[in-house]
Design a protein around this ligand. Structure first.
Ligand SMILES: NC(=O)c1ccc[n+]([C@@H]2O[C@H](COP(=O)([O-])OP(=O)(O)OC[C@H]3O[C@@H](n4cnc5c(N)ncnc54)[C@H](O)[C@@H]3O)[C@@H](O)[C@H]2O)c1
Ligand SMILES: O=c1ccn([C@@H]2O[C@H](COP(=O)(O)OP(=O)(O)O[C@H]3O[C@H](CO)[C@@H](O)[C@H](O)[C@H]3O)[C@@H](O)[C@H]2O)c(=O)[nH]1
Length: 323
């Protein structure tokens, strides 16, 4: 297929691009580079520098490259920031998304795979979380992702635009080529590895009084390559007539606490990792674990790198190579 990846200069987008190209699909990356990196765009993909709000350029890109499907990953995605500046999230994640849909209708592109998030569930009533559980976001990031997901349903019924929305849990790890590089970095695993590498003095644990076995937050970490593979399955299913669907994406199991992730990184790197205790971070649910049974059942998705050690090792190897 000919696929446009918005946000393809970012962390997950570059890995999705790699996997699409490896599987024989053609890719055009559309990214403003306002957060991503030009060198993260995979060789072999076409690149267009542009903003989501530029509907005309999006439409021209879709038409010029004869795009058949879009993977929409460009977004703002920091929970804490979204609480402080909700307008930025409504503008980029909702208005930017609608601009993309307008361009897709104009260019008659009918398939979309969307990067949604576990943040649409808010503080879940039970674990593991299923797609049928209530969606009650506790921050503007989750709210704007849910708003766009809901818009997709109406665009499907009105215009036949078919979508798969993938609600990722915590993406982590790297390929040989692509890894996580945000500035500033807010994600736990790269922060821990930066501390292991001596690039920051310590890791602050945000709260150790949660109702979890060791008091720290528990998350479901999924290897970025397993995540990328789900996009490919989704795209190919849509092309074969699969109806619009929503899927969780995580490894399930018991998840890992912040303390367990730090211990894992100590094991993997063999380095000392200084830790300090800090207050809870606003908007953090205690536990987020996915049931991915639906995507396993319907699309045949299977995670292949579920061990946290394997995930952290891949991120550490990538970081070492970058130095
Ligand atoms: N990292 C995670 O664990 C996680 C979990 C759930 C969902 N997600 C979602 O996955 C997607 C990718 O996440 P990531 O961690 O790779 O983020 P990232 O910040 O590394 O990549 C996002 C990319 O989108 C681009 N972008 C943002 N706004 C744009 C705009 N208006 N126009 C053009 N380009 C724009 C940025 O320049 C960047 O290259 C996001 O939609 C995010 O909400 C991520
Ligand atoms: O310096 C740090 C950074 C993080 N944490 C904790 O580590 C856990 C994981 O945090 P982080 O890596 O920032 O991920 P999340 O906040 O869980 O959010 C990620 O996962 C969500 C889905 O689960 C997505 O919606 C978000 O986009 C994605 O950033 C949380 O409990 C944080 O409080 C710390 O204790 N110290």
């Amino acid at each position: 297929m000919k696929v446009m990846v918005t946000g393809g200069a970012g962390y997950i987008g570059s890995v999705v691009t790699e996997e699409l190209l490896r599987g024989g699909d053609e890719v055009v990356v559309y990214d403003s580079l306002y957060k991503g990196h030009r060198e993260a765009v995979v060789e072999g993909a076409a690149f267009v520098k542009g903003d989501l709000l530029d509907t005309a350029l999006l439409r021209e890109t879709l038409a010029h490259h004869k795009v058949e499907a879009v993977v929409h990953m460009a977004a703002d995605s920091l929970v804490g920031e979204s609480v402080k500046v909700p307008a930025k999230y409504y503008r980029n994640n909702v208005l930017g998304g609608l601009s993309l849909l307008d361009a897709m209708l104009g260019a008659e592109v009918k398939y979309l795979v969307f990067s949604s998030t576990a943040a649409v569930y808010g503080e879940p009533a039970k674990q593991p979380i299923e797609e049928t559980d209530p969606t009650q976001p506790t921050n503007p990031y989750g709210e704007t992702k849910l708003a766009f997901e809901r818009a997709l349903r109406w665009y499907d019924s009105a215009h036949g635009l078919r979508f798969v929305s993938l609600r990722y849990f915590n993406a982590a790890g790297a390929t040989e080529r692509s890894g996580e590089r945000h500035d500033p970095e807010t994600h736990l695993i790269p922060i821990i590895l930066q501390a292991a590498a001596g690039q920051r003095p310590e890791v602050t644990v945000f709260g150790d009084d949660y109702p979890t076995p060791d008091g720290t937050c528990v998350r479901d970490y999924i290897h970025v390559v397993d995540l990328a593979q789900a996009h490919i399955l989704a795209l190919h299913a849509l092309a074969k007539g699969h109806p619009s669907s929503i899927y969780n994406l995580g490894c399930g199991g018991e998840g890992y606490s912040v303390k367990q992730v730090i211990d894992c990184a100590r094991r993997v790197t063999g380095r000392d990792i200084p830790v300090s205790k800090g207050p809870r971070r606003a908007g953090d649910p205690a536990v987020l674990i996915a049931s991915s049974a639906r995507i396993v059942r319907e699309l045949g998705w299977r995670p292949t790198q579920q061990k946290l050690d394997t995930i952290v090792e891949s991120a550490w190897r990538w970081m070492q190579r970058k130095r």
